[in-house]
Structures are given as C-alpha cells and as structure tokens.
Design a protein. Structure first.
Lengths: 420, 289
C-alpha cells in the first residue's frame, strides 16, 4: 500500500516538474483583442516577424465585442492578460485609475504625432500605444454617378444641404445611413454628432463636452444634435427613411451607393468601411468607382478639424516579453504590415507612404497629416456608461422619433453619475 | 451495523452543502452587500442605488418590459403547449408534429435569436426584402415593417422568439399529464352528452391542474431572468430593455453597485414564485400520502 502511494506521488512530482520546466523554457506573451476576421489575421501577420526574430510566442486571444467585460472581470479576478487592445482611451484611463496598467517607455513612441502620444498618456505617463488610426471625417461617394448627374463636391455644410435637396428633387435619396450594429447599435450616429460638434462649436467646446464640463442639455450640444436631425430625420434625405437608418447595419448601408441605379449618393463613414464596400462589390476600383471627400466645415471661423480614432494597445503585466512586443508594435515596421493589410492609417511618422494599399487610404493619411486640428472620437473617450451606453441608445431614440430634450436629459442624467 | 449519530446525515450532506454555501449562499450575501456600495464597490451609499433603480427611466422601462414578458410569454407558451398537447393526442402524426415543435429547444437561445433577426430583417420598400417576414408581407401587398424597431410592438416580436423556443417544452410536459388522465373518465363524460369544450374545461383542465401550475411557475421563474434573446436581437434598444440585460450593462460600465442592486431585485421578484412552487409541491406530496 505504502509503495503504491509513494509511487504515485513520485509520478506526480515528475509530471509537475516536467510541465514546470517546459513552461519556463518557452517565453510567451498573451494579448487579448476585440478583432476577428480580417483584422485578426492582419494582427497575426503583424506579430509573425516579431515571433520569428525574438522566439517569443505571441498568443492572441480574439475576444470579440465583449472585450471590455472580459478585461474588467479578469482584472478584478487578478488574472488579466499580459497585454490587451484597449477598446478605447476612456477605458484605458479607468484601468489606470485602478492601477491596472504598466507605464511604458516614452522612447518607443518618439516617432508618433503629439496628438496620439497625449491620447495614450494619463497624467504625463505613457500607458497606451497606437498601432493604427482611422480617419472618420469622410464622406464616401461614387465619382461616376456624380459626374453622370453633374453633382458638385460640396465644400461647406450649406452646400452639402443644397446638394442633398438637389438629389432628393431628382427622385433619389441623398444619404445612406445605417445605425445598426448588434449590441453597439447607434455608434455611427455618434460619429455624425461628433463631426458636427467639432465643426459647429469648435475643438475647445468639443473637449469640454467630452470631459462633461458642459452639460448635454447645453445649447452647443443641442445644436449639433439638431443639425444631425436635419439630415437623418428627414424621410426624403435618407434611403429607407428613419426605419431604414435604424434597421440597416452599418456595414450593409454603403452598398446602396453602388446599385445598378443608385439608391443613395452620399455615405458618411470612417476609412475602415472600404473593406465592407469591397466585400459587397468586389469589382469596384478605389478612386474610380468610389472616392471620398472630407466632411465640410460648418462654421468658417472654426475651420475643419478632423475626427478620428485608433487601435490602442496597453500592457497589464510588466514583463520583458510584453515590453519588447509593444516596442515592436509602435515601430514603423509593424505598422506598415497593419496598414497594408487593412487600409488603416499608420501612426508612426516613419511609415513608407508606398505601404498604403490604395489611393483613398493614402489620401486619408495626407488629410490626417495636414489637419488644422485632430480630435479623438468622443464616445470612445467618455466613460463607458455614456460613451458606449446612453449616447448610443440616445441616438437610436432620437432617430426613432423621441423628443430631443427628453433624449438629452436622459443622457445628462447618466453622465452625472458616470463621470464620478 | 452503522450506528447513526445526530450528525451523521449532516456529514453525508456536508460536501453538497459546502458547494452550495460557497457558490450560492456566499455570493448572494456578497451581492446584497455590494448593492449598498458605490459603482467602484468601495464607498457605502446606503439605499442610493435602490432609489436610482426605481427613478431611472431606463430601468422603469425594463420593469415594464419584464412585465410584458411575464404576461405574454407565460400565457402564450402554456396555452399553446396545452392546446397542442390536447389536439395532437388525436392525430396519427402526433410523433412528427411533436418532434418538429420540440426541435427549437435544441437550438441555443443565441442561435434562435440570430435566426429570427434574419426573419425580421428590414429593407426599404422598393428593393428586394431579405427578411422572411417582410418578404411575405410585401408578396401579399403590404409594406415592409421594422419588426424589431417599431415600439411598442417590437417587444412582442421578441417575445414570439421565446415562445417559439419554449412551447415545445410546455407541450411535452403537458402532453404527459394529459395522457395520464384515465380514458374512461373522458369516455363516460362523452356518453353522458358533454361537448368537447365542456370536457376540456370541466374535466381535463382540473385534472391537469397541478402540472399546469408546475409548468407555469417554471416558465415564470425562467422568463424573469430573460437575457440572451433581448441582448442578441436589440440589446435593449428601442424600448425593449429587460432587467437582466440592464444588469449585464452595469457590470460593463462598471457600476457594481447598480448591477448588484438589480441582481437583488431580480432575486426578490423570483423568490415568492419559488416559495409558491415549493409549497404546491409539499401540498401535492401530502395529498398523495
């Protein structure tokens, strides 16, 4: 009996010893990301050269849209992933206040523009690195359709409305707007309102709004919503009317521009929508069959500040493999792969312009470099209860016909407790 | 011969009790405690969370919708189940019909929600409809509807998905109870000249009473916690919010105080039903001994 027990114990120790040593030999770093599909394979392609060069195994956990919940619960349980693609800077800030993230070496972002360095920092310390950016202030159109009808590219907001009236008078719907996005429905509307807010009230007021230094019920915010409503709530302006806007998903909506006889002519969306356009209509050629112009200014005094977003990476566990990987991700080499595969815009200034896969992305990159001012997507910066909660549902309620003041009051109420 | 001390039964149940305490009792008590703390679960705020739950517009909408689910889901599930159990007993293809109706139970709720999302899909009038329901509506001359968007009927659209899944369960359980009724009782009633309606209301239903009660309370306990279907189909937008989805969102923000408060409220709503259910079971046990 004793022999049997001691025999079993020895086997147990042997197994533990073996697994222990085998794990110590292989260095690895795991990173939790929200991406799936094309974005996930692009990220795997970014990680591949690093793995080959350093021998460190990069384990990518594709978590999906519930990344914020997963990160939060794992962090609370004391078991966060080594690194994560932060859903947005607002959430990164929440983790920093709870002392969850490791500060990063500022030298790794020396080639990044100041705007992005600041967005990744809290109180002067760097906690997040952007591997790519998205420009949001773009309106997509079909140059051939415009030429056929003789439509001009609008350069001011009033010109944009005049063009919309003209297209509506010609019998088509000027705008393709799709707000549906599963659990995140409503977010495209928040981009609209942020773009309008930037141009109608200016970047300083925009910052105040995002920080909740001014209320949601204040006049500049209310005006931005009203201007958005001028387009989206006008049944003649939107393909499918408000019902269409609420029911059609953001990825499906630009396809309306490219039907045999166009159902719509304008679509306001960020650079990433290109992959959706190509998936629905693979034969289209960038620059010829579809192109972009920048969202026009509203108040001439404000100029044309640009709205954008980015993919932010942070480190939870301060270990050498993680620090090496994030240094690699900040570099031009890694970002060129990311940019080439996805048509996103790189943040590192040293990226070879030839890395951009098509003229539209190159155009967006140029616009970003030349911008008067640049601001990060507001709903990503706000605390999640507002930015991923009441702001989204507020857009859906407003487009669905609810009274604007009621909608703004509800968001304001949630903001009061969320910003504490 | 094993001599039983007073503590022997406790010893036997100790492992199960330990699991129960550790994974059920302790977390429940902890949740109640958290409901009195703030969003970061640090500062004590007393009843502030409860006040906010009962004054917040969104949560009140969630209460209303849970009530809608409670009434419509339970009634439709149990009545359809009952109707099918009684009617299918008379046909030869009973086994086929029952299998087909029970099949949705094999699909996960998320899977069913995705299926129905496509069925309810909307495209503007004038272009081909990709949603089954709108395609049928347009074929018969109507205008496509936003089934998931138009308030307040969108709640019923979502309830129907739940009914589609769970009617099979009710039908199967009620069918077993129906077949338990002695045939000679029904035969003698028919001989005495009772109509089928009378037989149904005066004989069948009273004899199935306890099973119907069990099925109904099971459905009620289930529907108060409804989450998956609402989360996948609308995520609570367009006034379709339910309490469990609200709780899930609160955990994401994070607002631990509010989330725990909603959990406690859900528990308080469900507990009376469970006590009623258990009391019924005890009454049944005592009646049969």
């Amino acid at each position: 009996m004793l022999k049997k027990i001691s025999g079993a114990v020895m086997v147990l120790f042997l197994l533990v010893g073996l697994t222990g040593t085998s794990q110590a030999a292989k260095q690895q770093v795991n990173i939790a990301v929200v991406w799936g599909g094309a974005e996930l394979s692009a990220f795997e392609a970014v990680a591949a050269p690093f793995e080959k060069e350093t021998g460190i195994d990069v384990v990518i956990e594709s978590v999906g849209r519930d990344l914020s919940t997963v990160l939060f619960t794992r962090f609370q349980a004391g078991n966060p992933p080594d690194m994560a693609a932060m859903p947005n800077p607002g959430q990164m800030r929440e983790f920093v206040t709870q002392k969850g993230l490791a500060p990063l070496d500022p030298a790794i972002v020396s080639d990044h523009p100041a705007a992005f360095k600041n967005l990744g920092s809290v109180n002067g310390k760097l906690y997040g690195v952007f591997i790519g950016a998205d420009l949001k202030s773009l309106i997509w159109y079909d140059p051939k359709a415009f030429k056929a009808k003789g439509y001009p590219i609008p350069t001011t907001w009033s010109d944009l409305l005049v063009l919309s009236d003209r297209i509506a008078a010609d019998g088509a719907a000027p705008w393709a707007i799709g707000l549906k996005s599963g659990a995140a429905s409503g977010w495209p509307g928040t981009d609209w309102i942020e773009d309008i807010m930037l141009r109608a009230a200016g970047p300083e007021v925009y910052d105040q709004w995002v920080r909740h230094d001014i209320k949601w019920t204040s006049p500049p915010v209310r005006r931005a919503w009203e201007l958005f409503g001028r387009i989206v709530r006008n049944e003649k302006y939107v393909f499918g009317g408000t019902m269409g806007a609420l029911s059609i998903s953001f990825g499906d909506s630009p396809a309306a521009l490219f039907t045999q006889s166009p159902h719509a002519y304008l679509h306001r969306q960020a650079t990433f929508i290109q992959s959706f356009i190509k998936k629905a209509n693979p034969s289209l050629v960038a620059g010829q069959d579809y192109d972009v112009f920048v969202f026009p200014p509203i108040d001439a005094k404000v100029g044309n500040p640009l709205l954008g977003a980015g993919d932010l990476i942070s480190v939870f566990r301060d270990k050498p493999e993680a620090m090496q990987f994030i240094k690699y991700l900040a570099s031009a080499k890694a970002q060129e792969i990311w940019v080439k595969k996805l048509g996103k815009l790189g943040v590192n200034a040293r990226i070879d312009p030839a890395a951009y896969p098509d003229p539209i992305t190159a155009k967006a990159a140029r616009l970003l470099q030349q911008a008067d001012a640049f601001r990060f997507d507001g709903s990503d910066l706000m605390p999640a209860a507002v930015g991923s909660g009441t702001f989204w549902s507020g857009v859906l309620d407003y487009v669905g016909g609810k009274d604007l003041d009621a909608v703004l009051e509800r968001i304001e109420k949630s903001a009061e407790s969320a910003y504490k | 011969m094993l001599r039983t001390r007073w503590w022997t039964p406790w010893l036997f149940t100790l492992p199960a009790l330990a699991v129960l305490v550790f994974f059920l009792i302790y977390p429940s008590l902890e949740t109640v405690y958290l409901s009195f703390l703030d969003k970061h679960a640090q500062a004590f705020v007393g009843l502030a969370n409860y006040v906010r739950v009962f004054t917040s517009g969104e949560t009140l909408v969630a209460f209303r919708n849970n009530a809608i689910w409670l009434v419509f889901f339970t009634t439709l599930c149990v009545s359809f189940g009952l109707m099918l159990a009684v009617l299918l007993d008379r046909v030869r293809y009973e086994w086929l019909a029952k299998s087909v109706i029970f099949l949705p139970m094999a699909i996960s709720m998320v899977g069913a929600s995705v299926i129905w999302k496509f069925i309810y899909a909307y495209r503007p009038p004038g272009i081909p409809q990709i949603g089954l329901l709108n395609a049928l509506v347009v074929r018969f001359g109507g205008q496509p509807q936003g089934w998931l968007v138009s308030r307040p009927w969108n709640n019923l659209s979502i309830v129907m998905v739940g009914v589609w899944i769970w009617t099979g369960f009710c039908m199967v359980v009620l069918s077993a109870a129906y077949k338990d009724i002695p045939r000679d009782v029904l035969e003698s009633a028919r001989i005495d000249g009772a109509s089928e309606w009378q037989i149904f209301w005066r004989i069948v239903l009273p004899m199935m009473r306890s099973t119907i009660l069990v099925v109904t309370t099971t459905m009620i306990v289930f529907v108060l916690k409804i989450f998956d279907i609402v989360y996948v189909m609308t995520n609570g937008n367009f006034d379709t919010e339910v309490l469990a989805n609200r709780m899930y969102k609160m955990f994401q923000y994070p607002d631990l105080g509010q989330a725990s408060t909603l959990a406690v409220i859900l528990l308080l709503l469900i507990l009376p039903i469970i006590f009623f259910h258990l009391r019924q079971a005890r009454v049944r046990d005592e009646a049969s001994t």
